[in-house]
Design a protein around this ligand. Structure first.
Ligand SMILES: *[C@@H]1O[C@H](CO)[C@@H](O)[C@H](O)[C@H]1NC(C)=O
Ligand SMILES: *[C@@H]1O[C@H](CO)[C@@H](O)[C@H](O)[C@H]1NC(C)=O
Ligand SMILES: *[C@@H]1O[C@H](CO)[C@@H](O)[C@H](O)[C@H]1NC(C)=O
Ligand SMILES: *[C@@H]1O[C@H](CO)[C@@H](O)[C@H](O)[C@H]1NC(C)=O
Ligand SMILES: *[C@@H]1O[C@H](CO)[C@@H](O)[C@H](O)[C@H]1NC(C)=O
Ligand SMILES: *[C@@H]1O[C@H](CO)[C@@H](O)[C@H](O)[C@H]1NC(C)=O
Ligand SMILES: *[C@@H]1O[C@H](CO)[C@@H](O)[C@H](O)[C@H]1NC(C)=O
Ligand SMILES: *[C@@H]1O[C@H](CO)[C@@H](O)[C@H](O)[C@H]1NC(C)=O
Ligand SMILES: *[C@@H]1O[C@H](CO)[C@@H](O)[C@H](O)[C@H]1NC(C)=O
Ligand SMILES: [Ca+2]
Length: 538
């Protein structure tokens, strides 16, 4: 049916290669005429160098996309059940369309279309899409899920998949491209990482390549761990309370002092945070210590909780620890984050006044039995993605304080354990890159972290890695090369720009290696990527 309405354009496209498709409400209404659930919110032609977004109305993404290529901006609403609906947005580049589709994702519990990342990816020429996941909220606010099981399903996976399917139909009709969409990609971080894995697990045919950062894949356990650590350090109730400022001024510097050299090079970067042999007692107060720069035995117990895995009843492995050197200041203080208690009060106990101070592992067991929205992305057997030919590039910051790095290491290990017995080498289609020193999805004071992935921006750049716009440095181009030319990434070079500003030039670059390989310093200027190699630890 869509083909019918698209027919005139097929003819036109054949005659006039650079024809601009019809960016009008009427044209999209014709494309969608047989879909009774879809409503057009907006169709707007954006000129070259124009901007688009919803500004402050888009709570999780208040920054508009700017310096856009000429494109058609579209917003569609789709009814997903009696009581729920979701929106998605499209950026459809005019003459610069590269024949490909790229979907991006969301963050935390937030509800809003990710126009800024869509804008970045449209610079490559992709037709881009993002969904609001079916609600309107800021990143740490899950109150919309209270007694709203249909909205939770939308957030869990339904909005993403429905948007992908409809976006593909719209794009195919809009461009009237005789070959349809050449390749479909995904790039997202955090909840966006979970969404990419979840889509691949439920619908392995959706994408040819997915780039997944710091995935919040273990939904219930991640929230539980966030709540547990926050409670374990509450100023009013925890005997071993550590003031957050001590983490920054005393603890992280001591960890860096001990762990940085253990990777073979003193450069302020902890390359192998989970291999560090750390002497906690170095932080203990003695009678002669500076008493505001040391820890009591009770505080040391608290610290232990942060940097050791959570093992509970019956030796159950509940959640991995943070990486040595990650600064957990986020979960400390008087105000616990809604990303922890919120899941339990709004989505599990259906009670905004649920008493989280009584939280125990039993709550995790109960929450697992509910798995709100079916969001958890724990189908580790990714062989259906291999069958489809999908390539998966996963990465995680080695100093991520929001989603512990170890949760991706654990995911990698589970995938490996699911595939090796089937005779599948995960390396053939799934590679995981640890980014030493990087915080959540982006940023580091000193480590090279920028790979032009989702949720990464840098001053003075619209997209990609300025000066290094190639598959060696840019994860999107690397993913495309793996998918389209069959050339697997043996490494990815991360960049640290001076003050994270591209016009100020490169401070250092370093290879990131497919796990379990690690970058090893060989010789020469440590700021040059050629002074490093990817080496096997075993
Ligand atoms: C692009 O738009 C910005 C902001 O409106 C403006 O400052 C800049 O001059 C424009 N650049 C070009 C090349 O038109
Ligand atoms: C963002 O763009 C929208 C329209 O695209 C506009 O209404 C709004 O004022 C812009 N907001 C900001 C902060 O630029
Ligand atoms: C989201 O909710 C806020 C109020 O909390 C409102 O101001 C805003 O307009 C809403 N945004 C959208 C896109 O509906
Ligand atoms: C519309 O949504 C309903 C569920 O709310 C679904 O059963 C139906 O198949 C959808 N119709 C179309 C045309 O997608
Ligand atoms: C829709 O919401 C109403 C009122 O909150 C509720 O009674 C009903 O069960 C809901 N229906 C579905 C399908 O969730
Ligand atoms: C004691 O430690 C605190 C916190 O690190 C620091 O601000 C202060 O300067 C130290 N005092 C002395 C005498 O070293
Ligand atoms: C631990 O194991 C015992 C014995 O199998 C069982 O009764 C109990 O429910 C388990 N506890 C938890 C929290 O799983
Ligand atoms: C809260 O609601 C969910 C979804 O409707 C349900 O599965 C769960 O059992 C409820 N929780 C409690 C404690 O009743
Ligand atoms: C980088 O930022 C620091 C701190 O803001 C500043 O002192 C320095 O001058 C900046 N460097 C350059 C090259 O702009
Ligand atoms: Ca080091």
């Amino acid at each position: 049916m869509y083909r019918l309405s698209a027919l005139p354009f097929v003819v036109l496209a054949g005659l006039l290669k650079s024809v601009v498709a019809d960016c009008t409400t009427e044209a999209f209404a014709a494309i969608l005429k047989d879909n009774s659930n879809a409503t057009i919110n907006l169709v707007q032609a954006i000129p070259q160098n124009g901007s688009f977004g919803q500004g402050a109305l888009d709570l999780p993404f208040p920054t508009n996309a700017t310096k856009l290529p000429a494109l058609c901006a579209v917003a569609i609403n789709v009814k997903s059940s009696e009581n729920s609906s979701y929106d998605f947005g499209l950026f459809l580049p005019d003459k610069t369309w590269n024949g490909r589709f790229l979907t991006t994702g969301n963050g935390g519990f937030g509800g809003g279309i990710n126009w800024p990342d869509m804008g970045i990816f449209s610079q490559y020429g992709f037709a881009t899409m993002s969904t609001d996941t079916g609600h309107n909220s800021s990143v740490d606010d899950g109150s919309w899920g209270l007694n709203a099981p249909e909205s939770l399903i939308d957030w869990g996976h339904r909005a993403m998949h429905g948007s992908i399917v409809l976006a593909k139909e719209i794009i195919t009709a809009y461009y009237a491209s005789p070959d349809g969409i050449k390749y479909s990609y995904y790039a997202g971080c955090s909840t966006g990482g979970r969404q990419g894995l979840k889509e691949a697990q439920l619908y392995p045919d959706s994408f040819d390549g997915i780039s997944v950062g710091a995935p919040a894949w273990w939904t219930v356990h991640l929230a539980a761990n966030t709540l547990r650590l926050g409670l374990s350090n509450r100023p009013d109730t925890a005997p071993g309370h550590i003031d957050p400022s001590i983490f920054t001024s005393v603890i992280v510097p001591e960890i860096t002092k001990q762990c940085d050299p253990q990777d073979g090079l003193v450069d302020g970067i902890i390359n192998e945070p989970y291999s560090c042999n750390f002497n906690y007692e170095a932080l203990l107060c003695t009678p002669t210590s500076n008493q505001t720069a040391c820890l009591t035995p009770a505080q040391l117990d608290t610290l232990f909780k942060f940097y050791n895995p959570w093992i509970d009843a019956n030796q159950t492995y509940v959640f991995p620890s943070m990486a040595m050197g990650a600064d957990p200041t986020f979960s400390l203080g008087d105000d616990l984050t809604g990303l922890g208690y919120g899941l339990f009060s709004w989505w599990i106990y259906n009670n905004s006044d649920w008493d989280y101070t009584k939280f125990t592992y039993d709550d995790v067991v109960f929450a697992d039995s509910i798995n709100p929205g079916g969001a958890t992305a724990d189908h580790f057997d990714l062989s259906a993605s291999l069958d489809h030919g999908t390539k998966i590039m996963m990465y995680h910051g080695g100093a991520d304080a929001l989603i512990p790095t170890g949760s991706s290491v654990y995911f990698y290990d589970q995938v490996t354990q699911a595939l090796i017995p089937k005779g599948i080498n995960p390396d053939d289609f799934y590679r995981f890159f640890l980014i030493p020193g990087m915080n959540h999805c982006s940023a580091s004071d000193n480590a090279p972290w920028y790979i032009a992935s989702a949720s990464q921006t840098i001053d003075g750049a619209t997209h990609s890695v300025p000066g290094y716009e190639d598959a060696e440095h840019d994860i999107i181009l690397s993913m495309m090369k793996w998918v389209e030319e069959g050339e697997a990434p043996e490494q990815l070079i991360a960049t640290k720009f001076v003050n994270d500003s591209a016009p100020l030039g490169v401070e250092r670059q370093r290879p990131l290696c497919p796990y379990p390989k690690q970058s090893k310093y060989i010789a020469g200027d440590p700021n040059e990527p050629t002074s490093w190699e990817c080496a096997s630890l075993y």
